[in-house]
Design a protein around this ligand. Structure first.
Ligand code: NAD
Ligand code: 13P
Ligand code: MG
Length: 632
């Protein structure tokens, strides 16, 4: 034992210390991280004991059988012969096996950390196989416990003698037809060199590029010593340490946690650095830096900052964004960059959170730079309207970059989320697996995330509520109270629903009662930027009307946006114009009297007080100029 731990002499006479091999080589790490399939030995790799030895003990022939097991593991007796001799000694019936499994259920036999390792692999979509020189009958309950399908279990099958009277299996078979042995020797696992043969079969039937074998024994090590076998063997000393295996393994571990922490992690990039992007990156950074063995995310989160330069340096040195999110730490693991391509390089998860009018430009710059297979999520509220019709932000991402794109929507005033006040969001998704991954990325004790299979409804709610919030700000600007605001909110919600379902009939009624519907609408109408700017705009419009100037003669939206939001963006005015373009071209203006009236007020065609008289506002026969520059 002492000698093993000091190291081994390789062909060129150099000693490789064992400690060096518990740290994986660059080659081993690359293979491990890109494995499509990982094959595990079972006895003394997955379980703390050898199944056949334990069965022998159960049947009262422990010592005799153990000696034969060790001979096979050390390579001093052929596997086939050792198996034959052991089965003959054990000589059990199917009923004995049933009693045995009851006495030793899978959970009582698992090696420490193996379940977490297998879970972590399966979560990443890596196929897990069991390849064992033991018996299928003993393995299937373990496979079921670990969530490994039966067709991924390679092992020997026992032969039974069938009772002529009952037609039931009784004792292990041992007649001439069965070659005097109690098992099927045609399975590759019945022989030495059986494991690489089993792997070759797995490769034949699956398009795997990279296969790894993990085990404690010499027969496991053979998996890499034969062509067509595994690309990497990882020796396990978690249960027992075997001299020959320690000497030859390219990577040797005493704790499965080492394998979990060496697995690849999803890299995250956030595109945007405004208020909401900062609140979002803060939650993400809290989640990715957790000390959790099952954590699937790379600690570092990259954040693209449009301004680049000095702001990037400030964020990286102070871990705060003083321009858009002052006083709230983002996390030391947030790495800002002004370079879009650098932000997304190697990223597996892309979080889009820039004002909607810039998303198309960002996507154009990203074409050909995004990792194939990456998944995106959009936090942006807004849409684009082209002569061909409307296009959602998530659709722009999907179309230009060819990646799946979910959306995260809810009543989420950025500063309140930054202060860790209870907030709710939904993830609207097409791909459930991606949505579940994003949920893990965002959820916090103060940020509740649920999944909603209505991505279009969720995204459109988030977009349209900005128009209603402008209306509520107008009501505030006129000094009117909660009853009038409630009336505008209620009508707004109805028009949101009708508009969504008119454009996309698949949008569900329930979505409007979710946090992305009524939740977001209420939050924005109480505390959002649109309400605030619209209130100031309305006051100014009323003052200028009193002074005898015409509608729209007060301060401009752009001026107030600059003054009140200091760099943050007001998207509702753009959105109102975009939505109105759709209403106008489809002849729907009278069906959406609140949206239409708000749009006419926003553009100075009607006085603000008509917001509470929207049926009148929508009737008014005004020749509204179609703005040419509203297609962002
Ligand atoms: P923001 O409104 O604060 O906008 C400022 C950001 O826009 C800055 O990062 C700035 O660098 C960037 N920007 C300015 N010019 C740009 C350009 N030409 N190209 C690219 N980026 C440019 O940003 P935000 O609050 O993070 O909002 C992003 C999205 O999230 C919006 O769609 C918004 O509606 C939505 N949202 C915001 C909140 C909130 O409370 N702020 C909450 C939920 C959703
Ligand atoms: P405002 O853009 O009106 O601030 O609303 C933010 C938001 O979308 C809250 O969910
Ligand atoms: Mg073993």
């Amino acid at each position: 034992e002492v000698e093993q731990k000091t190291g081994t002499t390789s062909n060129n006479g150099n000693v490789t210390p064992l400690e060096a091999r518990t740290v994986p080589s660059e080659r081993a790490l690359t293979i491990w991280r890109s494995a499509d399939a990982v094959c595990f030995d079972v006895d003394c790799t997955i379980t703390v004991n050898d199944g056949l030895d334990l069965l022998a003990e159960f049947m009262g022939v422990k010592e005799e059988v153990e000696a034969l097991t060790n001979k096979a593991m050390d390579g001093t007796m052929s596997l086939t012969r050792s198996l034959e001799e052991r089965l003959n000694l054990i000589n059990c019936s199917p009923d004995d096996i049933r009693r045995f499994i009851k006495a030793y259920p899978p959970q009582s036999r698992l090696a420490p950390g193996i379940k977490e390792l297998i879970n972590a692999l399966q979560k990443r979509g890596v196929a897990v196989y069991l390849i064992s020189g033991g018996f299928r009958e003993l393995l299937l309950p373990i496979a079921a416990h670990l969530g490994i399908p039966k067709d991924r279990v390679f092992a020997n099958r026992m032969h039974w003698q069938w009772d002529d009277e009952t037609g039931m299996p009784t004792k292990l078979g041992s007649d001439a037809k069965q070659q005097q042995v109690g098992f099927d020797t045609s399975e590759p696992t019945a022989r030495n060199q059986g494991k690489p043969e089993a792997i070759a079969r797995i490769r034949e039937n699956n398009p795997y590029n990279t296969v790894v074998m993990i085990g404690d024994g010499i027969t496991d090590l053979e998996a890499v010593q034969t062509s067509g076998g595994a690309d990497l063997f990882i020796g396990s000393g978690v249960v027992v340490e075997r001299e020959a295996v320690v000497a030859e393994a390219e990577w040797y571990v005493y704790d499965y946690k080492a394998l979990v922490s060496a697995l690849s992690r999803y890299k995250v990039a956030v595109l945007g650095s405004g208020a909401w992007a900062c609140a979002a990156v803060r939650m993400i950074a809290q989640n990715t830096s957790q000390d959790d063995p099952e954590d699937e995310f790379d600690d570092d989160v990259r954040m693209w900052v449009h301004q680049g330069g000095e702001l990037v340096d400030t964020i990286n040195s102070t871990h705060e964004n003083p321009a858009y999110f002052p006083g709230i730490p983002l996390g030391p693991n947030v790495i800002a960059t002004g370079n879009l391509a650098e932000a997304v390089a190697d990223a597996d998860l892309l979080v889009f959170c820039a004002p909607h009018q810039y998303i198309r430009g960002i996507c154009k710059q990203l074409m050909g730079k995004v990792k194939p297979g990456a998944a995106a999520i959009s936090l942006t509220k807004g849409m684009r309207v082209t002569p061909e019709g409307p296009e959602l932000i998530s659709q722009i991402v999907r179309r230009t970059l060819g990646v799946d794109c979910s959306v995260l929507m809810g009543g989420n005033i950025a500063e309140d989320v930054g202060r860790e006040q209870l907030s709710e969001a939904v993830i609207g998704y097409y791909n459930l697996e991606h949505a579940q991954r994003f949920k893990k990325l965002f959820r916090r004790p103060y940020f509740r995330v649920t999944l909603l299979p209505d991505p279009v409804g969720a995204e459109l709610c988030g977009t349209l509520k900005n128009i209603v919030a402008l209306g509520v700000g107008m009501v505030d600007g006129m000094g009117m109270g909660p009853n009038s605001k409630a009336a505008v909110i209620r009508q707004g919600l109805l028009e949101m629903r009708d508009f969504c379902q008119a454009l996309y009939p698949s949008v569900r009624d329930d979505t409007f009662l979710e946090c992305c519907g009524v939740g977001d609408l209420v939050a924005t109408c109480i505390g959002g930027r649109h309400r605030r700017v619209a209130e100031a705009w309305t006051r100014s419009a009323i003052e200028s009307a009193v002074a005898g100037e015409g509608n729209g003669a007060g301060r401009s939206w752009a001026e107030l946006e600059k003054e009140l939001l200091q760099g943050q963006k007001l998207q509702g005015v753009l959105t109102s114009n975009e939505v109105q373009q759709i209403l106008r071209t489809r002849g729907w203006e009278s069906k959406y009297p609140l949206f239409t009236t708000i749009n006419r007020i926003v553009n100075g065609h009607l006085p603000p007080h008509l917001v509470v008289d929207y049926l009148e506002g929508a009737k008014a026969d005004i020749a509204v100029d179609v703005e040419e520059d509203i297609v962002p």
